[in-house]
Design a protein around this ligand. Structure first.
Ligand code: PMP
Ligand code: GLN
Length: 404
């Protein structure tokens, strides 16, 4: 055989072996229907089209130089080896003090607080530690995209309930109806991504009553706890004793301190729940970034760093809303988070996925279509815009939006 044909023959044979091996080894997917996250899709589109990226939720400005200096110092001081499994004590102590000061709730730093690689890991680990195959987990939609896959990966069954009306309120009758002996957990998220609404004290009291005589657990995603506007308060589940006793609370320093890339967060839970959480945490990450923990522990000593966030982002929200005043977008001002929903139905009748694409490609502003987070992908012609951006970015974006 001539050498060139021999090489082609060899290549084909190798390919057949490779394809055969892939078919034989290809595992049954735990998440067969998972699509690329809308955050990735829209951020990639924004980069490709050189559009202003108000889609994925992250700031386009830097963190406080003081925090960055603390990180550099921690590295220079040699904190470059494994941290203790649950997190360094000084950080857990600072989290415990912050939680007590803000919500009057006591969490023991050693037994009830674990530092995690962002809220995403906290959420996954909490779900994985208590949800068994066949367990039902109630998820209110629109919901952040990691909840359902994390439940399905455990063999759990997400039971989805749509939030109702312009204020995205819980349908209490639907909730009562959905609860049954298989219900293992209810997922909450306030301040709420993507709607920017808040759960109020009356909501938590009502939920507390509904759950009182059950063994249903709660996972409360409170990553935007400090981003609350207009004299509203954040109602953490830990303010409600009966809810506290059955809840994992997941939080994110990435959101709080403009360092989403650090992937730092934590979980609060009563000892009996935290014990199970830690058993998985130990084998998911063992421990998280040591110098970042040192930096955040020092930074948290000054409460002004988180107390000022509400007014900081409220000013940004107002700048964004002022910029689109008089436009054909309709909206209710966001009560919390760094997201604002805009209804574009007076401008276009296109489905939201299509309109988000048009806005990015033809007008140069990227956003997030909301239908992907709704039950049955219901489309209410709403887009989510992230206003965690410099004033200059917000001005450029709103000039475009206001002219539509
Ligand atoms: N929950 C919600 C509601 C979020 O918006 C995000 C995005 N940051 C997360 C959890 C994940 O947080 P982290 O980046 O700390 O993993
Ligand atoms: N939390 C961010 C948002 O809602 C996205 C984070 C991510 O891309 N996973 O936009």
């Amino acid at each position: 055989m001539n050498p060139a044909r021999g090489r082609v023959f060899l290549w084909h044979t190798t390919q057949y072996h490779y394809i055969y091996a892939c078919m034989k080894l290809s595992p049954k997917s735990k998440l067969p229907n998972l699509e690329t996250s809308i955050f990735t899709v829209m951020s990639q589109m924004a980069v490709k089209e050189k559009a202003i990226n108000l889609s994925q939720g992250f700031p386009d400005f830097g963190a406080d130089p003081e925090l960055l200096d603390l990180y550099r110092e921690a590295i220079a001081d040699g904190y470059n080896q494994y941290a203790p499994m649950g997190g360094i004590f000084s950080l857990r102590e600072a989290i415990s003090e912050k939680t007590a000061a803000l919500y009057g709730a006591v969490y023991h730093p050693e037994k009830e607080i674990t530092v995690t690689a962002g809220a995403t890991q906290a959420i996954y680990t909490a779900i994985a530690s208590v949800v068994y195959p066949g367990d039902e987990v109630i998820v209110f939609k629109p919901a952040y995209d990691c909840y359902e896959p994390s439940v399905v990966a455990q063999g759990g069954i997400p039971v989805v309930l749509q939030l109702k009306g312009p204020d995205f309120r819980i349908d209490w009758d639907a909730l009562r109806h959905a609860i049954n002996p298989k219900t293992r957990m209810i997922m909450l998220n306030s301040p709420h991504n993507p709607s920017g609404t808040l759960l109020k004290a009356k909501d938590l009291l009502r939920l507390q009553e509904i759950l009182r005589d059950t063994d249903i657990l709660v996972l409360s995603d409170e990553v935007y706890e400090h981003l609350v506007f207009d004299h509203n308060t954040h109602e953490s589940v830990c303010k409600y004793q009966d809810l506290k006793e059955r809840s994992f609370i997941c939080a994110s320093f990435g959101k709080t301190f403009h360092v989403t890339g650090w992937k730092m967060g934590y979980c609060l839970a009563p000892e009996v729940l935290m014990r199970e959480f830690r058993k998985l945490h130990e084998f998911v990450v063992f421990a998280v970034n040591h110098p970042a923990q040192r930096a955040i522990a020092s930074y948290l000593k000054n409460p002004a760093h988180y107390q000022s966030l509400g007014s900081f982002f409220q000013r940004k929200r107002d700048l964004f809303l002022h910029g689109i005043k008089g436009s054909r977008f309709r909206f209710t001002p966001s009560e919390g988070t760094y997201f604002q929903l805009l209804d574009y139905s007076e401008i276009s009748k296109s489905p939201d996925l299509e309109y988000a694409k048009t806005l990015t490609v033809n007008h140069g502003v990227a956003s997030i279509p909301i239908s992907v987070f709704n039950v049955n992908r219901a489309d209410h012609h709403q887009l989510r815009f992230c206003f965690a951006k410099t004033d200059e970015t917000l001005k450029r974006a709103t000039e475009i939006l206001a002219a539509l």
